[in-house]
Design a protein around this ligand. Sequence first.
Ligand SMILES: Cc1ncc(COP(=O)(O)O)c(C=O)c1O
Length: 401
Amino acid sequence: MVERDLAAIARALDDEAVPAWVLDRPAFDHNVQHVAELLARGRPGLTLRLASKSLRVPALIQRVLDFGPPYRGVMCFAAAEAAGLFAAGIDDLLLAYPVSRRSDLETIRGLHDAGCDLKVMVDDAAQVTLLAAALAGTDRPLPVVVDLDASLRVFGLHLGVRRSPVRQPEDAVALFEACADTGGALRPVGVMAYEAQVAGLADNSPHTKSKNVPIRAVRTMSVRAIHSRRQAVRAALEAAGFGVELFNGGGSGSLDTTPFDPAVTEVTAGSAFFCPHLFDHYQHVHFEPAAFIALAVTRASDPGFVTCAGGGYIASGAAGPDRLPEVAWPPGLSLVAAEGAGEVQTPVTGKGVMPGLGDLVLLRHAKAGEVAERFAHMVIVEGGAVVERAPTYRGLGVHLY
Ligand SMILES: Cc1ncc(COP(=O)(O)O)c(C=O)c1O
């Protein structure tokens, strides 16, 4: 456990322009070490691929990769992002979300021709046709990965995310065959099955107390179902004569289960490293909060209320109170229900001594990487001092879409 002193982090920011996005680097490094240990506990030798969307700071992606095994490769989410990462010297990229526009297809072709180790996701024969046309004439087929639906369908309910229509082993075999049948443009190399209803759903949340027990039941059922689906798909592909070089699964919230699936060759994680507050509420995985948003108090409207400059740091996903940021420091403060995450300013309230004008308030975002789109760099703090300002995608001018 890292000894965390948020007052010292706030003091380190004395001369810093705020609002600022801030990293407690010892806590981040602790999470990197801890995730490596969790993976080794599941299956020594398993690879961990970084989910770039949950970091969006190339220097920090590189820092994790520099740790060495089990870390290898990046799961990215946009073609333009893949180009930005490759330009920053980061290779072994899995573009895990399909593309359909010509500009993205051209970016993929350009990266492939430049020697980038880029694998691209498909879940539909029409995407295979588009990619094959974009790669026509290549002397080195583009490696392609098939996205397998990992949602759970029981009692007429759909639990999980709406992504891939590839559900049965024969669907995966058909798509592998379609990729293999592209005259050397594409080469099917693997499968990804991300169990969002396990990895992305907290099972010990104070926000959804009455739902924790059913969520745990869904989790148990899903883990069993997805592990056997992955194994069935792998067996069917091998029986059809295909090698499965890569089988990706999981996320930060399933580091306690995915590594135990013998079908997977690599697990993905990203949120674990910053540990946004949605990741405080998992029964079996625990990380150290490492990322904060620092705001300065600029006004005080009423006793027990102060207002900070900057705001709107709300998380994506189904809207609800759990998407709001939480006040991490000073202790005892919270957001004001009527104004939530604010817009260009954020009021906070508390019962004790309130911070004064110019004092800092530290928030924690609900999710890991998307707040990077609001800041040009992340301010990195260690040993009570700012040690680095690492550019985000936004700071580097990486336009995602
Ligand atoms: C395909 C895929 N894999 C893995 C993850 C897990 O990412 P994280 O560890 O940041 O939760 C996600 C998150 O949405 C995802 O979409």
